[in-house]
Design a protein around this ligand. Structure first.
Ligand code: PEP
Ligand code: CO
Length: 447
């Protein structure tokens, strides 16, 4: 094996790489990026690793969520606030139900690069390069928009920085202050069947906070929450440019706290996994129906040879139909290898289907069924499901079907905005949190 350095991925097989017609431009932009300040600090990354180790042991719970493809145009106060709000609300419900601290990780401030199943798509008879995320090209349906432009990496860095700055400002400014959970309210709750349940939780928390204040406890922890950022480590020249060494000589990706390797690039012999093997951040691996246990073992070994707890989060995304068939063998593999992984369920990506009208969608009933089965499988295997991973947004989009507001195939036309996969809207997200809370409260201990 060659000695690892931030650019050593270049000697490994690389897939999902954009067809840049200007490789010098890639070099120029990444050289600039190398001189820019990091977006996060190693100390924050280490705190997240410690928290994830706790979740792997069942003492915390991970909530990871956000857009499938975050857009530069989503870098507005309203969009960032709404996404943060929905994640905070979900975490409030989960914390209350589980009595465990919830780790909040956004697919935010950098989730700009997308893997694609096909390199091209045909729009009105014209064959176009696939949209690969705002970090690479534009979603517009003409050849100029779809040209991969290296300058977008610079814009990506700036949009991530501005987004993260606003998230930090909101949190510093008391947005997540438990003295005022009503600030996390969203208009949609007024019409939601979950309104009463949410209000009861908010009232109970307000009572608990008052009590803590009375006896002199609480303090800073009631005013602040921690929030971490994550994205798929896909466009490696960008990731390389944000990889920095700390005083102890360890390499960190300081473009986000948490990075994951996607289902299409999780090859233990490929460039993406090689890149992730050398950084000290906590890392996620997407697994699903095509993940063979022997490859999975190699992935674990390559990414976590020292078997550190908190280092690896395995995000299963099988689909409700096949999770029962595939997941138990991977749980057994990790256990046999002594790998202390955090198991997380992404019930979105294995349940995507296309309607007769050609729209990608997902049904809430499938999403919930995969979650429920995943909890049961872990209980039967004696492992812990310590987290969930969702594609969601803070607005009232109509992209996923079902839920208490009963979104139908006809409704998909109303407010379908995603540049990639269909997301839960704010109300569907909160509903999911209540459903998970119910699952978490049931006794899933092995017999
Ligand atoms: C995603 O998380 O948006 C994604 C593409 O998922 P996966 O790699 O699991 O298909
Ligand atoms: Co997606």
């Amino acid at each position: 094996m060659t000695h690892w350095h931030p650019g050593s991925w270049r000697t490994y097989p690389l897939c999902q790489y954009p067809p840049y017609d200007d490789p010098m431009g890639v070099q120029r932009v990444t050289e600039n990026l190398r001189g820019y300040p990091p977006l996060v600090a190693p100390g924050e990354v280490e705190l997240l690793t410690e928290a994830l180790a706790e979740a792997a042991a069942g003492r915390r719970f991970l909530l990871q969520g956000g857009d499938c493809a975050e857009r530069f145009s989503d870098c507005t106060a309203a969009s960032i606030t709404a996404r943060l709000q929905v994640l905070l609300q979900m975490s409030l419900v989960l914390t209350y139900a589980t009595r465990k601290p919830v780790i909040r990780v956004g697919r935010m401030a950098g989730q700009y690069a997308k893997p694609r199943s096909a390199d091209t798509e045909t729009v009105n008879g014209q064959v176009l390069p696939a949209y690969r995320g705002d970090l690479v090209n534009d979603v517009g349906t003409d050849p100029v928009s779809r040209r991969p432009d290296p300058e977008r990496m610079r814009w990506g860095y700036h949009h991530a920085a501005v987004t993260l700055n606003y998230i930090r400002a909101l949190i510093e400014g008391g947005f997540a202050d438990l003295h005022h959970p009503e600030k996390w309210d969203l208009g949609f709750i007024e019409n939601s069947p979950h309104r009463e349940a949410y209000r009861r939780i908010v009232d109970a928390i307000t009572d608990a906070v008052t009590f803590m204040e009375t006896i002199g406890g609480g303090g800073e922890t009631l005013r602040r929450v921690s929030f971490y950022t994550s994205h798929e480590a896909l466009l490696l020249p960008y990731e390389e440019a944000l990889t920095r060494q700390d005083e102890s000589g360890r390499w960190f990706n300081l473009g986000a706290h948490f990075l994951w390797v996607g289902y299409r690039t999780a090859d233990p012999y490929g460039a993406h996994v090689h890149y992730l093997s050398g950084i000290a951040n906590p890392v996620g691996i997407k697994v699903g129906p095509d993940t063979r246990p022997d490859f999975f073992r190699k992935l674990l070994e390559k990414l976590n040879p020292s078997r550190l707890s908190g280092r690896l989060t395995v995000i299963s995304r099988y689909g409700a139909e096949s999770v029962g068939e595939g997941l138990p063998a991977l749980i057994e593999t990790a256990r046999a290898d002594g790998q202390p992984v955090l198991w997380c369920c992404d019930p979105m990506h294995g349940n995507t289907r296309t309607t007769a009208a050609g729209r990608k969608t997902r049904m809430l009933s499938d999403i919930f069924r995969e979650l429920e089965q995943t909890f049961e499988i872990h209980a039967a295997c004696g492992s812990v499901l310590g987290g969930v991973h969702f594609e969601l947004t803070g607005s009232a989009v109509t992209e996923c079907l079902g839920g208490s507001s009963g979104i139908t195939e006809q409704d998909l036309r109303t407010f379908y905005e995603t540049a990639c996969d269909p997301r839960l809207n704010a109300e569907q997200s909160l509903e999911m949190a209540f459903l998970i809370a119910r699952l978490l409260r049931q006794d899933h201990a092995p017999n």
